[in-house]
Design a protein around this ligand. Structure first.
Ligand code: HEC
Ligand code: HEC
Length: 223
């Protein structure tokens, strides 16, 4: 009796130790590891601890819409989001459970988005016009209608404000030229007739998401 009780308590101790280990090890294929731990130990290597990636090939996740994040992680897991970079970098995460996907999406959507630095003002002005009014003569819809007044997105419509221009251009090309994003139909229609220049312009605008006043102000006004 005494012996059994002793064995039980040793068993519980061991279980406790294993639990603690999960939070410190890289057992990311273990369904018991929390999304937060996976985010800190794995995802952060490319997307940054704050969800603000350095390399422009890796999208920023900070402040991204939760519903959108869940959808994309589900599509990577099922290998239906299938452009080359998705395959190369995101297809390995097939072991994530629905619970972990939900926790990861909560983690990154709760972080503060960080805007990029404004580049070429003329290009940005051109991009702002496309963002707000589209290009009616080419059938390009106004981005603001779905991605929001401040580029913040909503539910399945992703945040664009702050996103790396390089990544934005890449995705516009993916939507326009391929069928490798399974939820891409609305975007395919939007960007069917966009030129390279249109894409570069709107990408430069959303990366910095600079309000008009800032861009049109002359440098002298800053002094
Ligand atoms: C080795 C680098 C790397 C790691 C590690 C990584 N990612 Fe990614 N992630 C990428 C790249 C590159 C893309 C862009 C893929 C593309 O161009 O389609 C991406 C795309 C995404 C997207 C889509 C974002 C969008 O705006 O559509 C999400 C969500 C995402 N990753 C979440 C995660 C999570 C969660 C983890 C950890 C489980 C993770 N990533 C780990 C490189 C990485
Ligand atoms: C009719 C609604 C609608 C309009 C208008 C629209 N979008 Fe989108 N956009 C979407 C949806 C929905 C998605 C998510 C698609 C997916 O899940 O694959 C998306 C995704 C994107 C993405 C991918 C973001 C990422 O993180 O991978 C980019 C870039 C984008 N849109 C840019 C634009 C630009 C630029 C415009 C204006 C020229 C625009 N969109 C207009 C609905 C729209």
């Amino acid at each position: 009796m005494n012996k059994v009780a002793k064995m039980v308590s040793i068993g519980m101790l061991l279980a406790g130790a294993a639990c603690q280990d999960l939070e410190h090890s890289r057992q990311v294929d273990n369904p018991l590891v929390s999304g937060r731990t996976i985010a800190l130990q794995v995802c952060s290597n490319c997307h940054g601890v704050n969800g603000v990636s350095i390399s422009p090939a890796f999208p920023k996740l900070a402040g991204q819409q939760k519903e959108y994040l869940v959808a994309q992680l589900t599509d990577f897991k099922s290998h239906t989001r299938a452009d080359p970079n998705a395959q190369r970098f995101m297809w390995g995460f097939t072991h994530l459970t629905d619970m972990q996907i939900d926790e990861l999406a909560t983690y990154f959507s709760g972080q503060s988005a960080v805007l990029g630095v404004a580049s070429d003002p003329a290009l940005i002005d051109e991009g702002r016009a496309i963002y707000r009014s589209g290009l009616p003569e080419k059938g390009v819809g106004a981005c603001v209608g779905c991605h929001g007044q401040h580029g913040e997105g909503e539910n399945q419509f992703p945040r664009l404000a702050g996103q790396h221009a390089h990544y934005v251009i890449k995705q516009l090309e993916v939507f326009q030229q391929t069928d490798t994003r399974p939820r891409g139909a609305p975007m395919k229609a939007v960007c069917a007739n966009m030129s390279d220049r249109d894409m570069r312009a709107v990408a430069a605008f959303v990366e910095a998401f600079s309000p008009e006043e800032e861009v049109s102000a002359s440098p002298a006004a800053d002094r």
